[in-house]
Design a protein around this ligand. Structure first.
Ligand code: ADP
Length: 592
């Protein structure tokens, strides 16, 4: 008898034979699985597949007297099916919810823009005080009142006085407008909210308006407080101006801002400060009483202002004993507060690099040059080029020294700077001009002559065919200045008429449509002729001054090439002008 190996289930016919042969102890039939579980008398077990409605095994087992159980596994099967289905449903639900979450996040990002909490910068404990803001005394005095109001509103309310709701700070960038707004909050000890106006405006119409509402809601909750909006011109531009219609979003934002400002109860304690450097483009509705009814100009600091600002920033930095801040204030005309802060910071960096303990004049000097002239570049190697630049610079300097009303030479240098500057001549700023802001016709004419001194030197030394394009910057400056003299200052024979505007930047959308030249074509030609005349006269004057001093020029150029930099005294000594009393002013009538 061919016995199967125990681990191999018997085939159907063999099972029948085994049953008949009495080898099988019992059988369990599972109809749903179409199989029968066999237990042998010797303890082995096996599973045999059978037909769907198998009667043969039944009958054989019956006749052989082998016990046979029929097992119904429908319940088990149903349970297993249920578990399988449940698992599937679970997987689908998890997958779906994941997808939903993702799409909700995307939607949130697109639609949840209106809340501006993260953009509004809120400071509860402002550390800036008025003493940190220097050089803009007038603005500070004006704003002192706002501080008093925030601190003790009763004294104003008792008298029936209404406090301004909005203060507009107008001035060039870096003059300390933000700093001033913060100082008010700091002095009064109230929270400070700030936001850049450009952040109101989004791609979607209506977002800006909702952000404005949001900002004011937060502010009202924390009243009294200061709300500061930087660069208000981003939303506050004249409505209805613009090519191809206005910008709906911006206009809605502005409308909302106006509405919110009107919606303040009187003396509600929220004071809005806004900064701009383009007050001319602001919508007139913003300036109405009850809105930004105070306008405070924050201008570039004057000399004393600059000294005070330097002192403020010098407080936290170790300055060498001999550093005279008033001297540095004198040498930085046109610098804003931010520029001055930057100057001292650069100087501090250079000092650290030098491993020195205190910031000295040398470091400030280098920082100033770095800021105004750019980084130093490698010294020139080409001798011919060096000589040419030297003559050019000496031309400027010598003409300046010989022209009454021109600036005093501070230094001439051949050390190149990055950006293609081969050397430069620096002048001492004129104290009188800095203080008064007024320039005489003689002084302007002197500037033209000095500016053309470089080209004049090239002409005198190298001849008309060897002049270089190095003077292009000078020429540009001359054209611009001469044009202003003719068209704005009335310094020409065209008479005392202003032929062109104040040189403001164009406000696209308004000026493009409305601005036309205000003079006739023939006047335009006359203007050009006058400008050319001024420039030509200046050039021939410069040539006249240099032609007779060829030797002095050669001496100065040799010294400059050898020493690379000539300071005031050395320059004047070499030029033979040290002890000469220079005429400091000229008669107006003597000018053409
Ligand atoms: P704005 O808002 O006018 O553009 P900021 O107030 O932001 O200028 O000024 C920038 C930085 O310049 C200030 O943080 C401060 O360090 C410096 N600064 C500007 N103006 C002054 C000033 N009048 N006094 C002291 N520091 C100033």
């Amino acid at each position: 008898m061919a016995r199967l190996r125990p681990d191999q289930p018997p085939i159907y016919s063999e099972l029948l034979r085994q049953i008949k042969g009495g080898e099988v102890k019992d059988l369990t039939l599972i109809p749903q699985r179409r199989e029968v579980l066999v237990r042998y008398a010797d303890g082995r077990k096996a599973t045999v597949s059978i037909l769907a409605n198998d009667q043969q095994v039944l009958r054989t087992a019956e006749s052989a007297g082998v016990p046979l159980t029929v097992k119904d596994i429908r319940g088990e099967q149903a349970l297993a099916g249920l578990a399988g289905n449940l698992g599937l449903v679970l997987v689908i639900v998890i997958g779906l919810s994941f997808l939903l979450r993702r799409s909700a996040q995307v939607a949130n990002r697109a639609m949840g823009f209106s809340r501006s909490q993260p953009r509004v910068k809120s400071e509860d404990d402002v550390v800036v005080r008025f003493e940190d803001v220097a050089g803009i005394t007038e603005a500070k005095d004006e704003l002192q009142e706002v501080v008093t109001f925030l601190k003790e509103p009763e004294s104003f309310i008792r008298l029936g006085a209404k406090i301004p709701r909005g203060v507009l700070l107008i001035g060039p960038p870096g003059t300390g407008k933000t700093l001033l707004a913060k100082a008010i909050a700091g002095e009064a000890g109230v929270p400070f909210f700030s936001m850049a106006a450009s952040e109101f405006v989004e791609l979607f119409v209506g977002v800006g308006a909702s952000r404005v509402r949001d900002l004011f809601r937060q502010a009202k909750e924390k009243s009294p407080c200061i709300v500061f909006i930087d660069e208000i011109d981003a939303v506050g531009r004249q409505r209805g101006a613009g090519i191809g219609g206005g910008n709906d979003e911006r206009e809605q934002t502005l409308n909302q801002l106006l509405t919110e400002m009107d919606g303040f109860a009187d003396n509600s304690g929220v004071i809005l400060l806004a900064a701009t450097n383009r007050a001319d483009v602001l919508d007139t509705a913003l300036m109405r009483p009850g809105r930004f009814d105070r306008r405070i100009h924050v201008d570039l600091p004057d000399r004393r202002g600059r000294e005070a600002i330097l002192a403020v920033h010098g407080r936290t930095r170790p300055l060498a004993e001999d550093v005279d801040l008033s001297d540095w204030a004198k040498r930085t005309p046109g610098f804003s507060g931010a520029d001055l802060a930057n100057l001292l910071n650069e100087a501090a960096i250079l000092t650290a690099r030098d491993n020195a303990l205190a910031i000295g004049d040398g470091q400030i000097e280098r920082a100033l040059e770095r800021i105004t002239m750019g980084l130093t570049a490698a010294p020139l190697q080409d001798n011919a080029k060096k000589r040419l630049i030297a003559y050019h610079e000496i031309g400027h300097a010598l003409v300046a020294a010989l022209t009454p009303g021109a600036g005093k030479v501070d230094k001439v240098t051949l050390l190149p700077r990055s950006g293609g500057v081969g050397g430069f001549t620096r002048f001492w700023p004129d104290d009188e001009v800095i203080d008064s802001g007024l320039l005489t016709r003689a002084a302007l004419k002197a500037r033209l002559v000095v500016a053309l001194g470089g080209r004049a030197a090239e002409l005198v030394v190298f001849g008309p065919s060897e002049v270089t394009q190095g003077a292009s910057g000078d020429l540009q400056m001359v054209s611009q200045l001469a044009r202003e003299m003719v068209t704005r200052f009335g310094f020409s024979s065209l008479g005392p008429v202003a032929l062109e505007g104040g040189g403001n930047e164009v406000f696209l959308g308004r000026d493009l449509v409305h601005t036309r030249p205000t003079y006739a074509e023939s006047t335009g030609r006359a203007i050009d002729a006058q400008i050319r005349n001024l420039a030509k006269q200046a050039l021939s004057e410069a040539i006249g001054l240099l032609e007779s001093r060829r030797e002095t020029m050669d001496r100065l150029v040799e010294a400059l090439i050898a020493e690379e930099t000539l300071h005031t005294e050395r320059f004047l000594a070499l030029a033979g002008l040290a002890n000469e009393e220079l005429p400091m002013s000229v008669q107006e009538g003597a000018l053409p």
